[in-house]
Design a protein around this ligand. Structure first.
Ligand code: MSP
Length: 518
């Protein structure tokens, strides 16, 4: 059975009809930070991401490019894998729905549902949106002046009539409501949970789960005129990656049910309604949580290919540096809300919080140590109440951060860390170690020791957010790699006075506009 120290986190698998953009980087970043946090906190983590390669949308994109869908998906899927390196993501697996392990898994799930009488053959006549890969009831659509209909997402829809297998979703409404009731944190944030509950309370209709008018997908076992609905195919990736249909051994035993499916708000219904219904119907335990995050706009405008304002994460990283981008995306917006990306906001966070608050603190303290304490961890005398309070605050951050991370409250975690950083800056000003240099060098040593120890803690807890920069900061304190987990928080592992330190270096440069002003 999965013990308490296991953590399985997943990103949605990305459609390969398009190259990666900021939205994809954002979802995966949130998962990466959680995965890193849990690893440092002693968990055995599985962090999964991948690509969603079947369905009409991908088939059409391949046709438009005049290439075979497999060659096309190979190419675009690689772009998503390249992004992982650029963003310093630490996924443990990368799944593609065109892999054989996945075909086996989806077909096994289908057989299971079929055997249990959850799937039946009929005809579908209704609206379908290829862009959303979703079926819509006419009541959900809006009529445009030219007489055509659009989905609530703004996507065009087409009328479809074809033989189709259906999943008895209508039979699962009450059970889903009971499940949400018994698992109040299954859907976060709470506002989104309420939306889902009211959608399900409104009554569910059986769901068409196969199509016969295109070929790019997993065939229905025993009836290969039918291709499985791409969402049934895609959602199953989460169990494929832990070895389904082998439920009795290995990774399935260790990691299922997943602790968290991270998704964007646009795909919550698939994850919080269809997916648990499929699983319960197949006799498989549903995941523990689905978190729906918000959407980014660009300088106040909706991001879209047709507007030509798509943000390329690689360009952002080249311009501002990776860790500043990672920090900004999780700091700027309360996680779960929509947010706006703007150059001004990015530079304000970089210069105000990273370069000034944190960068300067480390630079000031480490330079003083270098110049005045023989370039070694200072020796300290007895701690005053002020020292003690500062140290306790630094040692205590982990508790608050852990609580926030457990509910995906990234911005709150960062805010609490910044409370300590600002307190350190206040402490430096109050204690004025530069004055103590002449008046009381022993006391100066104690003050610098307290600060170095606080910086060690700040860097330890910030590692998941800014792994590269915090690794540099911990190098400057000469902390060995084995001593960088959360086990090393607190007095028992405090810095050893007298240990030689390397020459200090700045960790967060200020962002300066170049002369062209870009
Ligand atoms: N293939 C499906 C998911 C299947 S999971 C079993 C899919 N793929 S997607 O590539 O279209 O979108 C993936 C994620 O990117 C979604 O979580 C979506 O919310 C996110 N984003 C796309 N644009 C976004 C923004 N502008 N801002 C933030 N995230 C957005 O859906």
């Amino acid at each position: 059975m999965a013990g308490p120290k296991r953590y399985y986190v997943t990103t949605p698998i990305y459609y390969v009809n398009d190259v990666p953009h900021i939205g994809h980087a954002y979802t995966t970043l949130a998962c990466d930070v959680l995965a890193r946090f849990k690893r440092l906190d002693g968990y055995d983590v599985k962090f999964l991401t991948g690509t969603d390669e079947h369905g009409q949308k991908v088939e059409k994109s391949a046709q438009d490019k005049g290439v075979d869908p497999q060659a096309f998906t190979d190419q675009v899927s690689q772009r998503f894998r390249d992004l992982l390196g650029t963003m310093n993501f630490t996924n443990d697996d990368f799944i593609r729905t065109t892999e054989e392990r996945h075909k086996i898994s989806v077909q096994a799930l289908w057989d299971r549902l079929r055997e249990k009488g959850e799937i039946y053959l009929d005809n579908y006549a209704g609206w379908y949106s290829v862009r959303d890969e979703a079926f819509y009831a006419e009541s959900e659509l809006t009529k445009k002046p030219d007489g055509s209909f659009v989905a609530p997402t703004g996507a065009p829809v087409e009328w479809v009539e074809e033989p189709s297998y259906f999943f008895r979703l209508s039979a699962w409404g009450e059970k889903l409501l009971k499940f949400y009731d018994e698992n109040p944190d299954f859907i976060l944030p709470k506002s989104r949970r309420n939306e889902v509950v009211s959608f399900v309370s409104g009554g569910l209709q059986d769901l068409s789960v196969s199509r016969t008018t295109f070929k790019w997908g997993v065939p229905v076992p025993g009836d290969d005129a039918h291709i499985m609905y791409v969402w049934l195919d895609a959602l199953t990736n989460y169990i494929t990656a832990v070895g389904f249909p082998d439920e009795d051994h290995g990774e399935f035993q260790t990691y299922w049910p997943a602790d968290l499916h991270m998704v964007g708000k646009d795909i919550l219904r698939f994850h919080a309604v269809y997916w648990p219904a499929f699983l319960m119907a197949a006799g498989v335990e549903p995941p523990k949580r689905v978190f729906a995050h918000g959407w980014w706009t660009n300088e106040g405008h909706k991001i879209s290919k047709s507007l030509g304002n798509v943000i390329d994460p690689i360009e952002l990283v080249e311009k501002y540096g990776l860790d500043a981008v990672r920090y900004f995306l999780l700091r700027e917006v309360p996680f779960g809300n929509d947010g706006d990306f703007s150059h001004a906001a990015m530079v304000a966070r970089m210069n105000g919080e990273l370069a000034n608050d944190l960068g300067n603190l480390a630079q000031r303290v480490l330079s003083m140590v270098n110049k005045n304490c023989d370039g070694a961890v200072p020796r300290h005398g007895d701690f005053t109440a002020d020292d003690q309070e500062m140290l306790d605050a630094a040692h205590g951050i982990i508790h608050k951060v852990r609580e926030h991370m457990d509910v995906q409250g990234f911005n709150h975690a960062i805010e609490d860390i910044w409370v300590v950083i600002r307190a350190c800056n206040g402490y430096v000003d109050r204690q004025a170690p530069w004055k103590l240099k002449k008046e009381d060098p022993a006391r100066m040593g104690t003050v610098l020791y307290v600060l170095a120890e606080c910086i060690r803690h700040i860097a330890l807890v910030l590692q998941p957010f800014m792994p590269g920069s915090m690794s540099k900061m911990l190098d400057l304190l000469e902390i060995s790699t084995e001593h960088r987990t959360f086990d090393f928080i607190g007095y028992a592992h405090a810095l050893e006075p007298g240990r030689a330190l390397p020459a200090p270096q700045g960790v967060f440069p200020r962002f300066v506009e170049d002369e062209k002003g870009d």
